[in-house]
Design a protein around this ligand. Structure first.
Ligand code: ZN
Ligand code: ZN
Ligand code: ZN
Length: 376
């Protein structure tokens, strides 16, 4: 990918369009509006990323047919005014000692059901409920799971760049020594590489060697990697505000026939999942396609997680590629395809790419080799 667009290059018009789209989606879902606390939804809607670690209320109020209002502590208002989306909204600041909930309540018409961001503090929600007994609330992700799911061309460019940076990190990590070093040391190398290739935040650097690889939740530990180990690497974070997330499984020294066979199987499953990606297919079709390959080979009971999750301004978000998720794939959606096989007490294999839905299929944002890589 060429260009070096950053999150800062989204304009007030981009944010205005997103806020209008969100308010419209809320109305379609039967909601009176959306209340958005600091976190990924606020970043996506306004470009404003204050600390979420404060008890002072910051809340974006979106209601159909009304101008967006950002309720913000007075001492943070100057920062909020600098956000790229600030020209598209009205700032309503409040000072310590004043009641921010009364000010917010005045914007909500006293009644109705509102979507509220998943990560809003209970403190704030309880205060709003008691200020406005006629209101009720739904989690924003439950109410509008697909709000951020379809990416625009600029977002796709940023996700592609994040994927390319993660791939560059893999190309380096495959050249370092694994045998005789602790998982935590290789993980530190990976984190350094992600930062070196332009990430501003590392969300995870899983290094799961030998039997640890059979536990998909194992992140990293002090186990010393041995010759003969399979090692699951799964790493990602944010670059210019957009996420990366890729997995490759490497082997220290020459693999056994069985290790090679299981790795080939996961690679075939990943390919089948990828080939199931096209507009109009259901999310669950991607899961089914990958799972069928593994089940047909007799390893179905060892594939113990969903096939994929969405990615955007976070590294895990809807849509989910899982049985029962019947929503259709739409061009611009971006998510992981990451089947795995986990043999308890022995080893695991996972292969993961971020994929975007195109007009006629899918396109990968990760493209390092999916063959079994032998490391030292
Ligand atoms: Zn081995
Ligand atoms: Zn991952
Ligand atoms: Zn993932």
């Amino acid at each position: 990918m060429t260009g070096s667009r950053t999150a800062a290059s989204f304009t007030a018009d981009d944010y205005r369009a997103r806020m209008e789209r969100a308010a419209g989606a809320a109305a379609d879902a039967g909601l009176a509006g959306l209340l958005v606390a600091p976190g990924p939804d606020l970043v996506w809607l306004t470009g404003y990323a204050p600390t979420a670690d404060t008890e002072r209320l910051t809340l974006l109020v979106l209601a159909p047919g009304r101008d967006p209002v950002l309720v913000v502590p007075a001492l943070e208002a100057p920062d909020a005014a600098k956000a790229a989306g600030a020209p598209a909204l009205t700032l309503r600041d409040w000072t310590d000692g004043k009641d921010p909930y009364a000010a917010t309540a005045a914007l909500l018409d006293g009644a109705g059901r509102f979507g509220i961001s998943d990560n809003a503090w209970a403190l704030h929600l309880l205060a709003l409920q008691s200020a406005l007994p006629g209101t009720s609330y739904a989690s924003l992700t439950d109410a509008l799971p697909m709000l951020r799911a379809v990416k625009d061309p600029a977002e796709l460019e940023l996700l592609a760049a994040a994927g390319a940076a993660a791939d560059a990190a893999f190309e380096e990590i495959r050249t370092v020594r694994f045998g005789g070093r602790r998982e935590s040391e290789v993980a530190a190398d990976l984190a350094g590489l992600l930062l070196g290739f332009g990430h501003s935040r590392v969300d995870f650097t899983i290094v799961a060697s030998g039997p640890n690889g059979a536990n998909p939740h194992h992140e990293v530990g002090d186990r010393v990697i041995e010759d003969g180990d399979m090692v699951v690497l799964d790493f990602g974070g944010l670059k210019d505000g957009y996420g990366s997330d890729t997995s490759r499984t490497v082997h220290v020294g020459a693999p056994t026939d069985e290790e090679r066979r299981v790795h080939d199987l996961v690679r075939e499953a990943q390919e089948a999942g990828f080939r199931a990606v096209r507009p109009g297919a259901a999310c669950q079709d991607v899961d089914r396609a990958a799972r069928a390959v593994i089940a047909d080979a007799g390893y179905g009971e060892y594939f113990i997680h969903r096939t994929g999750h969405g990615i955007g301004v976070t590294t895990h978000e809807p849509p989910y590629m899982i049985e029962g998720e019947e929503r259709p794939l739409v061009p611009g959606m971006c998510f992981s395809v990451e089947p795995g096989v986990y043999l308890p007490g022995r080893f695991g294999v996972r292969i993961e790419d971020i994929v975007t839905v195109t007009e006629d299929g899918g396109h990968r944002f990760n493209d390092t080799t999916r063959e079994l890589v032998v490391v030292d």
